[in-house]
Design a protein around this ligand. Structure first.
Ligand SMILES: O=C(O)c1ccccc1NCC(=O)[C@H](O)[C@H](O)COP(=O)(O)O
Length: 265
C-alpha cells in the first residue's frame, strides 16, 4: 500500500472520531465561523512574487524538517516578508501539524491561510472555516469528480477559496469545474515522492486560463521560479526550503529580495 492510501485510511478514522467529539453545530457557532475571509486567488493575481509559504514540521518524504519553531513567529515572519498567503499543515500523524497551528497562525497574521489537509469529508471544510482558514486544498488523487464538486461547492458557499491539486493529466481532466479557484500542480508524486518541475511545465498548457495556476513542492531556488514563470504560474507553494532554516520569515524575505535583484519579478 502506498503512503497516500495509508494517510487516507487514517484520516477517515480520525475524522469519524472528531465528528463524534465536536458536532458540526458547535463548529458553526464559533466566532471565526462568522469571519470575512481573504481571497488567496485575488492576492496571487495582484502579486508579483506569488509566494505561498508553508508551515511544515515534518513530512513522509523528509521525516523531520524543523521541530524548533513556533507558529506565531513563522506566521509573523512570512507576513513581514510580503508573501501572498500561508499554508498550514494540520495533519498530526504524518506532518506534526494540528488545527491549533491554524488557530495560532490566524491570531498572528492577516495573510490568507490555506488549511493544508487531506480532505475526504465535508466536516473538515466546516472545521477549516471554524479555525480561521481562507482556503481549502482538495487533492484530486484521493477524490472522485462528484466529491470534488460537492466539497468545492460547500467551500464556496462558506466563502472559502478552493485550491485543487493535481499531478497528472487524468486528475486534471476530472477536476475542471467552475467551483475551483486555483489549480495547483504538485511537482511531487505523493505515492513515490519523486519530485520534478517538469510536471508543472507539462500540465500548464492543459489548464484553462480561468484558473489561477499554482506550482507546488520542490521549489528550492529563485531559478525554479524563473523556469516556471513562462508557463503562466501565478503562485508558488514553498515549504521545506523556508522551514529547514532557523528563521523561515527571514528566509522568505531573502528569497523575495533575490527575485527582485535578479529581475525575475
Ligand atoms: O511533502 C511530502 O513528503 C508529502 C508526502 C505525502 C503527501 C503530501 C506531501 N506534502 C504536501 C505538500 O504538498 C507539500 O508540503 C507542499 O507542496 C510544499 O512542498 P515542499 O516545498 O517541497 O516542502
Amino acid at each position: 500500500m502506498n503512503i497516500l492510501d495509508k494517510i487516507v485510511i487514517d484520516k477517515r478514522r480520525e475524522v469519524d472520531l472528531r465528528k463524534s467529539l465536536i458536532p458540526i453545530r458547535q463548529l458553526e457557532s464559533s466566532v471565526l465561523f462568522e469571519r470575512n475571509t481573504n481571497s488567496l486567488a485575488q492576492n496571487l493575481t495582484a502579486s508579483k512574487s506569488g509566494i505561498i509559504a508553508e508551515h511544515k514540521r515534518r513530512s513522509p518524504s523528509k521525516s523531520v524538517i524543523n521541530q524548533n519553531l513556533n507558529v506565531q513567529d513563522v506566521a509573523k515572519g512570512y507576513e513581514d516578508a510580503g508573501v501572498c498567503g500561508m499554508s498550514v499543515l494540520t495533519d498530526g500523524k504524518y506532518f506534526g501539524g494540528s488545527l491549533d497551528d491554524l488557530l495560532v497562525a490566524r491570531a498572528s497574521c492577516n495573510l490568507p491561510l490555506l488549511r493544508k489537509e487531506f480532505v475526504i469529508n465535508e466536516y473538515q471544510i466546516i472545521e477549516a472555516k471554524a479555525y480561521g482558514a481562507d482556503v481549502i486544498l482538495l487533492i484530486a488523487a484521493i477524490l472522485s469528480r462528484d466529491e470534488i464538486k460537492q466539497f468545492s461547492e460547500l467551500a464556496k458557499s462558506l466563502k472559502l477559496d478552493v485550491l485543487l491539486e493535481v499531478h497528472n493529466e487524468e486528475e486534471l481532466h476530472k477536476s475542471i469545474m467552475p467551483s475551483i479557484d486555483m489549480l495547483g500542480v504538485n511537482n511531487r508524486n505523493l505515492k513515490t515522492f519523486e519530485v520534478s518541475l517538469d510536471i508543472s511545465k507539462q500540465l500548464s498548457q492543459l489548464i484553462p486560463n480561468d484558473f489561477v495556476k499554482v506550482s507546488e513542492s520542490g521549489i528550492s531556488s529563485v531559478e525554479a521560479i524563473k523556469q516556471l514563470q513562462p508557463y503562466d504560474y501565478k503562485g508558488f507553494l514553498i515549504g521545506e526550503n523556508f522551514m529547514k532554516t532557523n528563521n523561515p520569515g527571514a528566509s522568505a524575505t531573502t528569497f523575495i529580495e533575490k527575485l527582485t535583484e535578479k529581475n525575475i519579478i
